[in-house]
Write a protein that binds this ligand. Structure first.
Ligand code: ZN
Ligand code: ZN
Length: 281
């Protein structure tokens, strides 16, 4: 190879690397930590955590005897669907460590500050209710809170004669998260199936729905997938502890009958989206 062709080859390589880099930069990454805990990394690098019970027994880090919080250094937003312990999880510790802002309903936010010392200055700016939509991450992300049929309370460590064991957690919720140059993601929280999921499906163009299959059961969870008109469904909130569905097999069979895209993530797995498109490697 002469000097000129070496230069040309190098130039071509550089163009290819730049293109690859640009493609990666435009990616949205979604990681499942097991149970209902997911992180979303936007194309611009903002990190959202939903229902961050990272120390759940299904998390491979926990199984390996490591503390999953040790690797967490940057989180911009923590979204909580409701106050139950398997969803609030490690939110307080993560908020303290990262300065992340809370996105939740006012009663849940208020009681987390009052009862479990969630940092108050990180809990006031993004308070919302079902039906509300907010823009975060300098407009890169829009979050809509949707209703959920469930209950919501905050475990009260200060319980005693004058303090209830469970404090009010406001209305439980789900989220639709719309990412600029990325996918629209629905997180069901702990809801049972409700027919107005059809309205969510009509209102938003959901690329991936993270569906709690234990709360709905396989058949109704598949009906939820259909109502939501999701392009791809990912089952969650199963096999973490006893009493939940042990596998997603029943759900997989039901959604396949309905010809809905299905992807079962493994705890610890990350999936990527190029634009709104799921990239299966
Ligand atoms: Zn719950
Ligand atoms: Zn739950």
């Amino acid at each position: 190879m002469n000097k000129r062709s070496v230069t040309l080859t190098l130039a071509a390589l550089l163009v290819l690397l730049t293109a690859l880099n640009r493609a990666t930069a435009q990616e949205t990454k979604v990681t499942w930590f097991g149970h209902a805990a997911f992180s979303i990394t936007t194309p611009k690098g903002k990190i959202l955590l939903i229902d961050p019970w990272l120390r759940n027994p299904a998390n491979p880090e926990v199984k390996a005897g490591k503390d999953p919080l040790a690797a967490i250094s940057k989180v911009d937003y923590i979204l909580l669907t409701h106050g139950h312990r398997d969803h609030v999880g490690d939110a307080v510790e993560i908020a303290r460590k990262t300065g992340a802002a809370l996105i939740a309903n006012p009663e849940l936010g208020g009681n987390l500050v009052k009862l479990v010392d969630f940092p108050a200055k990180q809990a006031g700016n993004y308070i919302m209710q079902a039906g509300g939509e907010i823009q975060i991450a300098d407009g890169e992300v829009t979050v809509a809170m949707t209703e959920a049929v469930h209950s919501s309370s905050v475990f009260n460590p200060k319980a005693g004669p004058n303090e209830p064991e469970r404090a009010y957690g406001g209305s439980p919720a789900g989220f639709v998260i719309m990412i600029k140059n990325g996918p629209t993601i629905y997180h069901s929280g702990d809801t049972a199936y409700f027919k107005d999921m059809e309205v969510i499906g009509e209102t938003y163009s959901i690329d991936v729905a993270l569906i709690n299959i234990s709360q709905m059961g396989a058949k109704m969870a598949a009906r939820a997938a259909q109502s939501l008109r999701a392009k791809t469904v990912v089952p969650m909130h199963f096999a973490t502890f006893e009493g939940l569905l042990p596998t997603a097999d029943g759900f997989a069979a039901e959604v396949k009958k309905l010809r809905i895209g299905f992807h079962e993530m493994k705890p610890g797995e990350t999936i990527s989206f190029r634009g709104s498109q799921l990239v299966l490697r």
